[in-house]
Design a protein around this ligand. Structure first.
Ligand SMILES: [Fe+2]
Length: 308
């Protein structure tokens, strides 16, 4: 199954204006906006779609509002879409919409969909760093610290679900969609990647242990670098958004992270520099906890300088 990764996340929100402003401040580009909602794109065309939680066109919710209402995966070609339809129609309701996207439910209770990917090549300035002993990453006289730096999310990275039965949910993604487990938190859940990408994960699932652990936990787009995560997060905090966790660097996936509260029912992350894995990789399994979640973690604090 040549699924290349996340294409679109569709949210049902209570406060459309707050959701819109949040995504613009995060750096996404508004492609369309109207009374029913809007579409907000990264550089490669992957996107977040906002709708009112009460929109009758949305799949049924599996968590209190606001929350994620549908996860759309991009697939490489029509043959993959046809194979998915043949496979999934064996034991569940599914439908094609007018644009040819396939909609159904996974075994964790989440609405999922598949479309032929519309991802496009990313056009963005080259990011280089200067490392002694290596060729210069930037030309002479190019300054890296730039207050006017434009930081644009490049690609939809991953989404994280709470699920009622993580073994059942994992089996669905592995056996029916061909996802690989890259790593695992013991007793909590797997990091998974579809076959069409080497990214460490585009899906992580967490076993729910109580009634508060429902729906989406968080989602994120890839930024270009650790510098971009730190600078974008710094700006975001200056704008008044509340830091939830980070900045830091994860161990499984190695991605730099910075999480913020959001109006989407979970947190939103800035992420960069995730590990890539192929089928020769042997999944690791670690007990959950801070020692295995982050190789380092900083706490955001207001800017300070002598005399201020
Ligand atoms: Fe994450």
């Amino acid at each position: 199954m040549n699924i290349v990764g996340l294409e679109t996340l569709v949210f049902g929100v209570e406060d459309m204006a707050a959701g819109r402003q949040y995504l613009l401040d995060y750096g996404l580009k508004e492609i369309d906006a109207s009374a029913v909602g809007g579409t907000y794109e990264a550089l490669d065309g992957t996107a977040v779609v906002l709708r009112h939680a009460s929109d009758p066109g949305l799949p049924a919710s599996n968590a209190p509002s606001p929350n994620l209402r549908e996860t759309v995966y991009g697939v490489a070609d029509a043959a993959t879409l046809r194979a998915l339809a043949d496979n999934l129609s064996a034991d569940r309701e599914m439908r094609f919409d007018d644009e040819g996207s396939l909609h159904t439910l996974d075994d964790g209770g989440y609405a999922i969909a598949f479309c032929i990917t519309r991802r496009r090549a990313i056009v963005a300035p080259h990011i280089g760093i200067n490392v002694p002993g290596q060729a210069p990453g930037r030309a002479a006289n190019v300054c890296a610290a730039d207050k006017a730096e434009k930081i644009l999310p490049r690609s939809l990275s991953h989404v994280v679900y709470f699920v009622p039965d993580v073994a059942k949910a994992e089996a669905f993604y592995q056996d029916r969609l061909g996802f690989r487990v890259t790593d695992r938190f013991i007793g909590l859940g797997p990091f998974m990647r579809p076959q069409g990408t080497l990214d460490h994960h585009c899906l992580f699932m967490i076993q729910s242990f109580n009634s508060h652990m429902v729906g989406m936990n968080h989602f994120t787009f890839h930024l270009g670098s650790a510098n971009e995560v730190l600078h974008a997060g710094w700006r975001f905090a200056q704008q008044g958004y509340k830091s939830f966790w980070g900045p830091g660097r994860h161990i499984m996936g190695s991605n730099y992270f910075w999480y913020f509260n959001s109006p989407f029912g979970g947190t939103m992350e800035f992420d960069a520099d995730m590990d890539l894995h192929d089928d020769s990789w042997s999944p690791r399994a670690m007990p959950p906890g801070s020692d295995n979640s982050q190789i380092f973690l900083f706490q955001h604090a207001p800017k300070w300088a002598p005399g201020e």
